[in-house]
Design a protein around this ligand. Structure first.
Ligand SMILES: Nc1nc2c(ncn2[C@@H]2O[C@H](COP(=O)(O)OP(=O)(O)OP(=O)(O)O)[C@@H](O)[C@H]2O)c(=O)[nH]1
Ligand SMILES: [Mg+2]
Length: 367
């Protein structure tokens, strides 16, 4: 590519955002945006950057690191940064993203990594772990199938790391859903009360359960409502139902002292549901009953957090440690699909040819 633009600082509002602009056409593209002369290599200048219509985009400090490499220190408003980027690369493009190599693609995901584990895994890939793992794969080796299976499994886990699953808290009114939601978020985020039907709207928060981030959603409780009035609570229940249908996992809370759900109940109906007993401190017996995890959120919030984290991991079949330092992790769908193709290639020669072809396309972005 003749010019590449990337943000070196975290995205969002702040004092300064630094854009790196480099490539054979970097000086020419930048020169078009500014009336001032570009600084000489190793020096900097204050410049007024304008779009094609002459409108001022930003006043920027421009540092020239080399003849074909610049740093633009812009005011850190995402809209300003986007407009300057668009002006520098008029058709920025999917092609540019696809043509970046795998290390660069991992680096680009880093600022939005949902958890520390995800960020550290991506950093490893940005440092070449996946390229090394891929090049060690030898279709002629006896260990080929096992190595491929291991990579595919790491890829499956990585998808959970990078795309937090949607976990909905549901169950009868007053089951303690909002109390658990607050305990998992770590702050009094939503209203809790002894009244039935306290929660109406759905509230979403990203929370960490051990090493994994999840998109946690608190919803209105279930109970039969009188008449057919269009009560706000009814609307809340309907919203809850549609969120449950779209959820990766529904945690259905049932008070330990009340009746347990039976087959055919809403809780038992969804293949994406897990039943948890709540208010176990009020139940007949503390701890897990019939293998159903039991929570005493008020008495032991830490224990409840750990129990929910373990239930979520068990449901999605995830290891406690999502990745091993330095290991190759196929963190993109395209790479996972490529590994899937390799797994079904017929014969060593066909697998070798495919391995070489896919390596070129997937690692170096030459599609
Ligand atoms: N003893 C005991 N009480 C609890 C526990 N968790 C919640 N509660 C109480 O149960 C009542 C209802 O709690 P909420 O968290 O508002 O229940 P909810 O399921 O969100 O209720 P709705 O929003 O009305 O559906 C409150 O008085 C809480 O203090 C628990 O672990 N033990
Ligand atoms: Mg509630």
């Amino acid at each position: 590519m003749s010019v590449s633009v990337r943000t070196l600082t975290a995205s969002g509002r702040g004092g300064i955002s630094v854009l790196e602009v480099r490539g054979a056409q970097a000086a020419e593209r930048l020169g078009r945006l500014a009336a001032e002369r570009l600084p000489a290599a190793g020096t900097f200048a204050l410049m007024h950057l304008r779009d094609a219509q002459g409108e001022l985009l930003d006043q920027a400090l421009v540092l020239r690191r080399a003849s074909d490499a610049f740093e633009l220190h812009l005011h850190a408003n995402p809209l300003v940064v986007d407009r300057v980027t668009d002006a520098l690369v008029p058709e920025p493009s999917q092609a540019a993203v696809a043509s970046a190599n795998v290390e660069e693609r991992a680096r680009r995901l880093l600022p939005t990594a949902p958890s520390e584990a995800a960020a550290r895994m991506l950093l490893d890939q940005a440092e070449g772990a996946l390229r090394r793992g891929w090049s060690r794969l030898d279709p002629a080796a006896a260990s080929f199938d096992a190595e491929l299976a291991q990579l595919l499994e790491r890829g499956r886990v990585a998808r959970f790391l990078l795309e937090p699953p949607r976990v909905v808290l549901a169950g009868p009114v007053n089951a303690g859903k909002s109390t658990l939601f607050n305990a998992l978020v770590g702050t009094e985020r939503v209203v809790v009360s002894a009244e039935e039907g306290t929660t109406r709207d759905a509230v979403h928060e990203r929370v960490l359960l051990g090493a994994y981030a999840v998109e946690l959603i608190d919803t209105a409780g279930e109970r039969t409502l009188p008449g057919d009035q269009n009560l706000p609570e009814r609307a809340g229940q309907e919203l809850g139902r549609s969120l449950r249908a779209a959820a990766d996992l529904v945690l259905w809370l049932v008070p330990a002292q009340g009746p347990r759900p039976r087959a055919g109940d809403a809780a038992a109906a969804g293949s994406n549901s897990l039943v948890l007993l709540s208010k176990a401190d009020e139940g007949e017996a503390d701890g897990a009953c019939d293998g159903t995890p039991a929570l005493s959120v008020l008495r032991d919030p830490e224990g409840a957090r750990a129990s929910v984290a373990a239930s979520v991991r068990r449901f999605f079949d995830l290891p406690v440690e999502p990745w091993e330092a330095g290991s190759a992790v196929p963190f993109e769908d395209g790479i996972r699909a490529g590994l899937g193709e390799l797994a079904v290639a017929r014969g060593v020669q066909a697998a070798r040819d495919l391995h070489a072809k896919l390596g070129h396309a997937l690692l170096d972005g030459r599609l």
